[in-house]
Every structure is written in structure tokens, then in C-alpha cells.
Design a protein around this ligand. Structure first.
Ligand SMILES: NC(=O)c1ccc[n+]([C@@H]2O[C@H](COP(=O)([O-])OP(=O)(O)OC[C@H]3O[C@@H](n4cnc5c(N)ncnc54)[C@H](O)[C@@H]3O)[C@@H](O)[C@H]2O)c1
Ligand SMILES: O=P(O)(O)OC[C@@H](O)[C@@H](O)[C@H](O)[C@H](O)CO
Length: 473
């Protein structure tokens, strides 16, 4: 009879006792929003860089403390499972060396004050930035107003010790103030969220918040913080207890916070790193002078298709991306959206191969990517991923036929389940109460498209042909 041994708890001491080398590099990178993606992507690129031994990461959650508690209990170590269509490849990533809940602004200030800290990376989701459409801080948001007051109080008190901002950018500013006071050198801040011009957006948001709170700091941020833009790509779904148990059984390590990602990874960066950075190129990253084409390719094709599948796939009864892309109607809708999008991308981006690879990535059934996980805040996502394509098509007097169904499916999904509105639920509720909810929702999405009679009529026609039921998920 064989005995099944319980998996050993993951820690640096246990790994060393088992004969594994576990370097703990000095902290030179701070990460805000240490979720699954930061660990499958930026931390993995750092761990695979030729100079990985010089670059440790201190991670902070964006909100809540669960992930920090789980990771701190295992010395920041975690298992990264690369889940390909035919099997798994696992590794334990050693470069995350300290993990804190986001509210530990004292630890954040200490990490940023340290002269060796050279880079801050950020993944706090689209809604974590709390900005208005023009990129400035959303001062209508009471949480943002309270954070501005906390930052002002920190300036008046001199040390910042008593200030308790709650949004990631206000916390970052508090840490940058500590760096300024310590006379530490300039550094780079890298947004790794799926947003167009994420470096520019971050710069506008930080500068705007600093202007409101502390003009001295605003001037310092302007000269000493280099906001780098990036396009990041690696499908990394959130996993549940079942997968956590399976991974422990397969590896023999009891890891409370493993990460599962597809084998594919891509990272394109544009900007300066005044205090240095890891040799990420040696791990496959690329540095470019113009991020625009890479960012549009990724956001319009991959994320645009995900946003389309989240609504159309759910309306058609599918649960995951792989289920939805196997449905010929969803697949055809994705291809039509891409046909429109690629007309507005420059040559030289390998678009036919990129499209073929995306279909294969979406079809990877071993990656369980629930549509419900990618459906949040679809209004913002459509505005950034589908509306720009539709408006460019219409400006060229083209029908934008591939953009009609993504818009109609979102309208149908919101009408079937108003709770799906996410952060924009108040605006969406007002649109749903209007005499013509579809027109009001289209206006919310894009006043220009709503005013385009031909496009609006085709959205209404498509809406009539869609399943009207409550989306699944
Ligand atoms: N998961 C992926 O496949 C993937 C791929 C490419 C890019 N991204 C980008 O990374 C982001 C994070 O992805 P993830 O899978 O790590 O998500 P996640 O849900 O694990 O969250 C990451 C971190 O963001 C924080 N956060 C979430 N919402 C916040 C809010 N409103 N305010 C402050 N903090 C908040 C969380 O506390 C967590 O620390 C995505 O939103 C996207 O922009 C993700
Ligand atoms: O919330 P979103 O739409 O920005 O992201 C959900 C997924 O589309 C996204 O995480 C992709 O898996 C990722 O962008 C792949 O690189």
C-alpha cells in the first residue's frame, strides 16, 4: 500500500533543506498590486533575466491583505505553472522577496526611500487609477478627495507617518514624498495595466494628484519620475482552491498562492530608467521608441476579442474563453472585429500570424479562463478597445461591420443583467431608465457612434437577433 505524503510547506528554508538554490536578491523593484498577473509576468521576466540575482521585488497588494498574508507566510515564494495545451511546466520564482498589504504605507515609504530602489511596477486594474476621461484624478470621487486631504495632512506634518491614503496612486505619492525628502535619485514607474498610453496616463494621474496635494512634490515628480509605457501580454486567469490543491499534489510543495498562466508571454516597453533596470531583454522583453502600434495591436485584437467574447459568449451560454471561441458564431464575430481593427494598424507587426496565434491561445482548454472574470467594467473597455476602431472605420466611410456586434452584445448583456455594469453602474442605470435604453447605452459608449444613424440602426438590428436571456457566468 502506498502512502501519500502531505506536501511540504513552501519556504526558503524548506527549499534549501531540499537542496534547491533559492537566491533572495536585494530589493530594487517595488510592485503595487501584487496579484496573479504581476507574478506570472513582470516577476517572471525579472527571475529569467541574466542579472536576476541583483533584482529583488517588494510587492504590495492594491487593496486587502489576503494575498500578502499568504505570500509572506511562504517568504514571497510561489509556484508558476505554465499551462500549455499538452502539459504543464512548473518553477518556483525566487525574486519576490517581501510582500505587504497595501495599507503598509510605512513599508512602502521605506522601500522607496532606499537609494537602491530603481523601478516601481504597477498592476492595479483599469479602475484602480480613479481618473476622469481627461486622465486627471477623479475629484468627484469621495475616496480620491479623502486621499488628497490625507496627502495634504502628511505634507503639513512633515513625516507622512500619520497619513492613511487608500488608493494606490496616493500611497505611491506618499512613498515618493519620502524618497524626495531622503534625497534619493530619480526612478522609473512602469504601469503594466491594459490601458492605452499607460505611462502617459500614469504621469497625468500622478502629476494631477500631486498638484492637488503638494505642489513641491508635483515639481519633483515631474523631474524625477520617469513614467514608462508598456504593452503586457500573458493570459493569467484567477485560480480557485481546486487548482491550488492539484498543484500541491503535483509539485509536492504546499503553496497557498500559486499562479497558472499560458506559456506565451510578451512585454514591450518604451521609456527611460534613470536608476537602471533588470536586463529584461535577456528574458525576451523588447524596448521600442514608439509603443503605439504594439499597444493597439494587443488591446484591439486580444483584449477587444476578450471583451466581445465576455458578452456575446455569455449570451450564447458559454462559460470560458475556450468554449466561446469553439462556437462558430463567436469565432466569426471575433474575426470580423479583427478585420476592421487591422485596417488601422501599421504594417510590420506580423498581424496574420498574431491572429492565428491568438485563436490557438484562446482555444487552449487547459487554461480555464471564465468569461465572468473578464466581463467587469466592459463599458470602459469597449470605449478603449472597440470604439476607436469603429470611429476610425466610420471616418473612412467604411461600415465598421465588425464593431456592430461587440457593441450590440454589450448592450444586450447590460439590459439582461444591469448588475453587470461594474464601476459605471450608476450611469448605466440612468441609461436603462431612458425612453430608448439601447440608444442611451450607445450614447454612453460613444456620442459620435450614437449620432451616426446608419451605425445605430445596424446595432439595433443586431440587438434584435441576439439571445435576450440573462448572460451566464
Ligand atoms: N491577468 C491577466 O491575464 C493580465 C494580462 C495582462 C495584463 N493584465 C493587467 O493586470 C491587471 C491585474 O491583473 P491580475 O490578474 O493580477 O488581477 P488581480 O485581480 O489579481 O489584481 C491585481 C492587484 O490589483 C489590486 N486591485 C484590483 N482592483 C483594484 C482597485 N480598484 N483599486 C486598487 N487596487 C486594486 C488587487 O488588490 C491586486 O493586488 C489587469 O487588470 C490588467 O490590467 C492582466
Ligand atoms: O480586465 P481586462 O479585460 O483588462 O483583462 C482581462 C483579460 O482580457 C486579460 O487579462 C488578458 O488575459 C490579458 O490581457 C492577456 O495578456
Amino acid at each position: 500500500m502506498s502512502t501519500v505524503l502531505p506536501a511540504a510547506r513552501l519556504s526558503r528554508a524548506a527549499l534549501r533543506a531540499a537542496g534547491h538554490a533559492v537566491p533572495a536578491p536585494p530589493v530594487r523593484i517595488v510592485h503595487l498590486g501584487i496579484g496573479a498577473f504581476a507574478r506570472s509576468h513582470q516577476a517572471a521576466y525579472t527571475a529569467h533575466a541574466a542579472d536576476a540575482a541583483g533584482w529583488g521585488i517588494a510587492g504590495f497588494t492594491g487593496r486587502g491583505s489576503g494575498a500578502a498574508d499568504r505570500l509572506a507566510a511562504q517568504d514571497g515564494l510561489y509556484t508558476l505553472v505554465e499551462r500549455g495545451p499538452a502539459g504543464d511546466r512548473t518553477e518556483i520564482v525566487p525574486n519576490l522577496v517581501a510582500v505587504y498589504p497595501g495599507q503598509r504605507t510605512d513599508a512602502l515609504a521605506a522601500a522607496l526611500r532606499a537609494p537602491g530602489t530603481a523601478v516601481v511596477t504597477i498592476t492595479i486594474t483599469e479602475s484602480g487609477y480613479r481618473v476622469r476621461a481627461d486622465g486627471g484624478p477623479d475629484t468627484d470621487d469621495p475616496v480620491v478627495r479623502a486621499d488628497i486631504a490625507a496627502l495634504r495632512a502628511a505634507g503639513a506634518g512633515g513625516s507622512g507617518a500619520g497619513a492613511r491614503p487608500v488608493t494606490p496612486l496616493a500611497r505611491l505619492l506618499l512613498g515618493l514624498e519620502a524618497r524626495r525628502r531622503a534625497g534619493a535619485p530619480p526612478l522609473a514607474v512602469v504601469s503594466c495595466d491594459n490601458l492605452p498610453d499607460n505611462g502617459g496616463l500614469l504621469h497625468r494621474a500622478l502629476a494631477g494628484l500631486a498638484e492637488e496635494a503638494a505642489p513641491d512634490l508635483a515639481a519633483w515628480v515631474d523631474g524625477a519620475v520617469s513614467c514608462v509605457s508598456t504593452s503586457v501580454d500573458r493570459i493569467t486567469p484567477r485560480i480557485g482552491p481546486h487548482e491550488v490543491g492539484e498543484i500541491a499534489a503535483a509539485t509536492g510543495w504546499n503553496d497557498a498562492a500559486p499562479v497558472v498562466a499560458e506559456p506565451f508571454a510578451d512585454w514591450t516597453l518604451c521609456g527611460d530608467f534613470p536608476a537602471g533596470r533588470p536586463d529584461w531583454e535577456s528574458a525576451g522583453a523588447r524596448f521600442v521608441g514608439d509603443i503605439g502600434p504594439y499597444e493597439a495591436r494587443k488591446l484591439w485584437l486580444l483584449n477587444g476579442a476578450h471583451t466581445l467574447l465576455a458578452s456575446l459568449g455569455s449570451l450564447r451560454g458559454h462559460r470560458t474563453v475556450a468554449d466561446a471561441i469553439a462556437d462558430p458564431a463567436c469565432r466569426a464575430a471575433v474575426e470580423r472585429l479583427w478585420d476592421d481593427a487591422v485596417r488601422h494598424l501599421p504594417g510590420g507587426l506580423g498581424l496574420p500570424a498574431y491572429r492565428r496565434a491568438l485563436i490557438e491561445r484562446f482555444a487552449n482548454r487547459r487554461i480555464e479562463h471564465p468569461l465572468a472574470q473578464i466581463a467587469d467594467d466592459a463599458l470602459t473597455k469597449l470605449r478603449l478597445r472597440v470604439v476607436p476602431v469603429a470611429e476610425r472605420e466610420r471616418a473612412r466611410a467604411r461600415p465598421a461591420s465588425g464593431c456592430v456586434l461587440p457593441v450590440a452584445a454589450w448592450i444586450a448583456a447590460v439590459m439582461a443583467d444591469p448588475a453587470a455594469g461594474g464601476p459605471a453602474s450608476a450611469e448605466i442605470a440612468r441609461a436603462l431608465a431612458a425612453p430608448s435604453p439601447p440608444t442611451a447605452l450607445l450614447t454612453l459608449l460613444s456620442p459620435a457612434l450614437a449620432g451616426d444613424d446608419d451605425f445605430r440602426r445596424r446595432v439595433e438590428d443586431a440587438l434584435r437577433r441576439l439571445p435576450a436571456g440573462r448572460p451566464h457566468g
